[in-house]
Design a protein around this ligand. Structure first.
Ligand code: MLT
Length: 247
């Protein structure tokens, strides 16, 4: 079964660097740079999560993959995952949601995203990078793995301002899936770093309990970037889930 790994904001496929090899021992792994990010062409205006989900489906078409896939998304990748479930359920075999949320933004967060989008377009991406970077990691990782943190910083800094603004606006308008989790009949794995400062572990535990066939795995001493911070624990959970739904 193919596995598609969908990165968070404002990152690229390299955030899955520790998952691609180990998962490829069990499945075909596709880890794209979403439109606008990494090596893809910049995007503009506002880019809804539903459109990213359709882009993922389009990529599967291009790759001539018609069998249902295991969709794995982190944070914004998780927002795209809910849309993929809604829009392309027949293409989905299982869902992994890492460090993400099911609720929509409230008015305060929406306003903050609009302010950030305008500032990025006027002043450059650094405003978002500086405010986000420390929130991405658990305390220990942020302090003791400077090289890896700096690599993530570089990816963020290379993301075009128009892409950042378009994705911020897209996220701010995303649908609320929190009341729809009970409708998800696909098997699901919900993973969250214990110290996640962006998507709280307690909230992710509740997401898992609302999805009928979901398992929750909390990654100790990890933040929002659990797959990068504690790859072994994350990979163990992912491979076990993959084998379970492949059988
Ligand atoms: C992400 O990691 O993709 C973002 O933090 C998501 C968000 O800003 O809501």
């Amino acid at each position: 079964m193919p596995v598609i790994l969908v990165h968070g904001f404002p990152l690229d496929h390299s955030m899955w660097q520790h998952q691609i090899g180990p998962l490829a021992e069990h499945a075909r792994v596709i880890a794209p740079d979403l439109p606008g990010f990494g090596a893809s062409d910049p995007i503009e205006d506002i880019y809804p999560m539903s459109r990213f989900a359709d882009d993922v489906a389009g990529l599967l078409d291009e790759l001539q993959i018609d069998q249902p896939v295991l969709f794995c998304g982190l944070s914004m990748g998780g927002y795209i995952g809910w849309e993929f479930w809604q829009r392309h359920p027949q293409r989905l075999r299982g869902l992994i949601v890492c460090d993400s949320r099911a609720v929509a933004d409230d008015a305060v967060v929406r306003k903050g995203r609009e302010v950030a989008a305008s500032r990025v377009l006027e002043e450059g991406v650094q405003v978002v990078v500086d405010s986000m970077l420390p929130k991405l990691f658990g305390k220990e990782f942020f302090e003791h793995h400077r090289q890896q943190v700096d690599r993530v910083r570089q990816v963020m800094e290379q993301t075009p301002p128009h892409t950042i603004a378009a994705a911020l606006r897209g996220m701010s308008q995303r649908a609320d899936f929190s009341s729809r989790l009970g409708e998800i009949t696909h098997p699901a794995l919900v993973i969250c770093g214990e110290e996640d400062a962006i998507s709280a572990a307690e909230e992710m535990r509740q997401i898992a309990s609302a999805i009928p066939a979901a398992r929750y795995v909390e990654i100790p001493a990890a933040g929002h970037m659990a797959p990068l911070e504690r790859p072994q624990a994350v990979n163990t959970a992912m491979v076990e889930f993959l084998n379970q739904i492949s059988g």
